[in-house]
Each structure stands twice: as C-alpha cells, then as structure tokens.
Design a protein around this ligand. Structure first.
Ligand code: CTP
Ligand code: MN
Ligand code: MN
Ligand code: MN
Length: 389
C-alpha cells in the first residue's frame, strides 16, 4: 500500500515496537530538539506531554533519510501539532525558539544537574529547585539531608557524569563473570540495556544473571556482592530481594514498569589500567589484573585518578522468566513502553519483565526466547540493535 499514492512515501507503523529503529539515524538535529521538550515536560511532571514528544522523536529516528521539508512528514504517525510546529521552525530557521529557551532556562539546567545525581528523581529535584538549590555543590554547601544512595551520588558525581565506554563495559563484564562464577558455577550472565543494543557509550552497565537449574539462582545477589566487596571492587551497593509472586503480581501488576527481580544498584571501582590493558593486550579475562600489575605497576593504588566510579545494575532472574527479563532489560525505555502498550491495547495481554498473560484465554504464555514472545504478540521480531526507539 502506498499512502496518498506517493511512491516515495514509506509505510510507518505507529507503535515503536512495530518498527526498526537503528542507533545511528538521519535526524538527530530534530530528535535532539524534541527530546529536550520531552525531558522538560518530565521535569514538570507532565507525563503525557513527555511521551508525546518522545514518540514523535522516535518516528523520525526510524526514517531512512534526513527530513528536508514538511512534505517529508506526510503520512507519518505520532506527530502532533506541537511537534510539527517545532520541526517546521527548525527546518525554516535552523532552530526552535521554544527549544533554545528551554535549553537555556534555569529550571531545565538545574533539574538536569539535580536529577543527574544517582538516587535523585524528579520529585526530589523539583523540591530542591523550589528551595533555590541548583547543583550538587549547593546540596553540600547547604548541608541537605541525603540518603545513602544520594550521598554516593554526590560523592561520585563527576565520574558518574562521564559516559561509560564499551571498553569499560567489557572490563566490568569480565569482573561480573568472574564474581558470579566464583559463587555459582554454571550461572549465565548477559550484558543488557544500551550496550546490548549496540551503544558505544552508556550511563551505566546492566547485567542479567540466571542459572539453568531453576532455584539455584535464589539468594545469589548477596553472594556476588560479598565477593566483589572482598575484592575491593564495590564503592556502593543496594540489593533488593525478589518479591515476585505469580498469583499476586502477574496480570494485575504487569503494566507497572518496575519489575520485582532480585536486583542490585551499584557503583563499581574500576581500575583505569585494566581498561587500557584489555584494549592493548590479548590477555584473557583472568589474566587482565595480573598483566596490569606487570606492565604498569605504578598506576596501581597510586592516586585517585588511577580508578573511576561506574554505575552497574545487576538483576537475577529465574530461568523460566529469563526470556521476559531479557526482553524487559534490553530497552530502549520507549521500546519497552510501546511493547506493553501494544500488548494491552492490541492483544488484550499484559507483558512484564516476568511474564506474558493472555486475558482472553486466562493463561500465562511460556517462552524460552525473545523470538517466541514477539510471535505471541503478533509482532515481527526486532533484534536488539534495532530497538533504539
Ligand atoms: N529498567 C527496568 N527497571 C528499572 C530500571 C531499568 O526495567 N528500574 C530497564 C529499562 O526499561 C531498560 C533497561 O532496564 O530497558 C536499561 O535501563 P537503563 O540502564 O536506564 O538505560 P539504557 O537503555 O541501558 O541506557 P543507558 O546507556 O543510559 O544506561
Ligand atoms: Mn543502561
Ligand atoms: Mn538511562
Ligand atoms: Mn541501568
């Protein structure tokens, strides 16, 4: 089918989970602008508006070429009046006044700085903003009450602001693998989140851990964190126990995007030389630390600049839920949101990171792979590298 009889128009599906969205696309000059408005709406607690701008940006990411005129936008879904106005202004004048004034605004900049602190959400940041606080330094200066997570967030703020590279993620992967196998041989570890989608940098590194013998994974997290602590690799960690019960949490809670796996939000202490070592040598995972000692002994335990803090998320899933957990922790956040919306609105199913429930048949649909879940949902399989919605 060719909309409006235009042979060059492509058919753009309206849910992000029906489309392929590559990491690199042709319209960053527009999507960055729309995402600023989305972010600002989120800072103002306007979720509907925030999602609308994010969906509009996401459609432009899926286009095969750069948008040159408003004509190119005919037949595209998810572009509301406001988004179109912004796009038109950028196409005509090179920038949008609304976007630029938002970008420069004191509120936007302060909210960005404050929510950028690990452990600080929009609500807390907004309260601080209204009290006249603008930055992490202001929190320290005025002696604000901070919880343990926020204290770590402020303490390691500069490091945590720096993007995590793929090379750093690979070193962290080696460490996590070593830790997990030391406490539970046979466990499986998978890199998740942005790095699984092919990103070259991230704000953290995400891992999903399971064991083929269901039950073996129970209580695994404290063992992993203890091992890491003994090695001096953890700067901060907070573990939450698994609280998922199929009967209580399945269909009723599936729409909530917070899952109930055993999880750990942590901050790792990463030796910088381990990264350069891994990049420059063919040393295996086990050899990296010793190879480092040999090649650059002076860089160890020297000064604060010998290591950096890196945010790491660890999640443990029972084997029977692993496919759902994998799908749920790969992202992007909009892709996940759209998958759940598709399931509910189009299929009368509820999808979570634990399960897929079919409300018509009144049953849980079992799956061993992501492919099976897409098939249940009546969706074409989209590989992780094309879930960058
Ligand atoms: N996620 C989740 N529950 C949370 C936090 C995250 O289910 N409390 C999921 C998100 O839906 C996402 C994935 O975990 O699919 C990774 O989240 P996050 O690390 O925040 O984002 P990334 O896509 O990895 O991007 P970044 O590079 O910024 O880390
Ligand atoms: Mn991540
Ligand atoms: Mn993120
Ligand atoms: Mn994460």
């Amino acid at each position: 089918p060719k909309p409006n009889g235009d042979p060059t128009a492509m058919l753009m599906k309206s849910y992000a989970c029906q489309r392929r969205t590559p990491l690199k696309h042709h319209n960053s000059f527009l999507t960055e602008a729309l995402e600023i408005l989305s972010q600002n709406a989120e800072y103002n607690d306007n979720e509907g508006r925030s999602v609308a701008f994010r969906r509009a940006a996401s459609v432009l990411k899926a286009l095969p070429r750069r948008v040159r005129s408003m004509q190119d936008l005919r037949c595209l879904p998810c572009l509301g009046d406001h988004s179109q106005r912004v796009i038109k202004e950028i196409l005509e004048d090179g920038s949008s006044r609304e976007v630029e004034s938002t970008r420069q605004s004191e509120q936007y900049q302060a909210m960005k700085a404050l929510t950028g602190i690990f452990g600080v959400g929009v609500r807390t940041a907004d309260r601080w903003f209204r009290e006249g606080l603008r930055s992490p330094d202001d929190l320290i200066r005025t002696g604000q009450q901070l919880n343990r997570e926020q204290q770590a967030g402020v303490q390691y703020y500069d490091d945590l602001q720096k993007p995590v590279t793929k090379a750093e993620a690979d070193v962290i992967s080696d460490i996590v693998e070593k830790a997990v196998h030391a406490v539970l041989p046979g466990a499986e570890i998978q890199l998740m989140g942005g790095f699984r989608r092919g990103k070259e940098v991230g704000h953290d590194v995400d891992f999903l851990i399971t064991h083929p013998e269901e039950g073996k994974e129970e209580g695994l997290m404290p063992k992993i964190t203890n091992w890491l602590k003994e090695q001096g690799l953890l700067l901060y960690q907070k573990t939450t126990r698994n609280s998922y019960l199929e009967k209580m949490d399945g269909p009723a809670r599936a729409s909530s995007n917070m899952d109930r796996f055993e999880r750990c939000f942590s901050i790792f202490k990463l030796q910088k030389c381990a990264v350069s070592c891994k990049l420059s040598s063919t040393a295996s995972a086990e050899d990296v630390s010793t190879a480092c000692e040999r090649e650059r002994p002076d860089e160890h335990h020297s000064e604060a600049s010998g290591w950096r803090a890196v945010r790491v998320d660890l999640v443990v899933s029972p084997y029977s839920q692993f496919a759902f957990a994998t799908l749920g922790w790969t992202g992007s956040k909009l892709f996940e949101r759209e998958l759940r919306r598709w399931a509910g609105q189009e299929k009368h199913m509820s999808l979570s990171s634990h399960a897929l429930y079919d409300s018509k048949q009144n049953l849980y649909l079992r799956a061993k792979t992501e492919e099976e879940i897409f098939a249940y949902l009546g969706l074409e399989f989209i590989p992780p590298s094309e879930r960058n919605a």
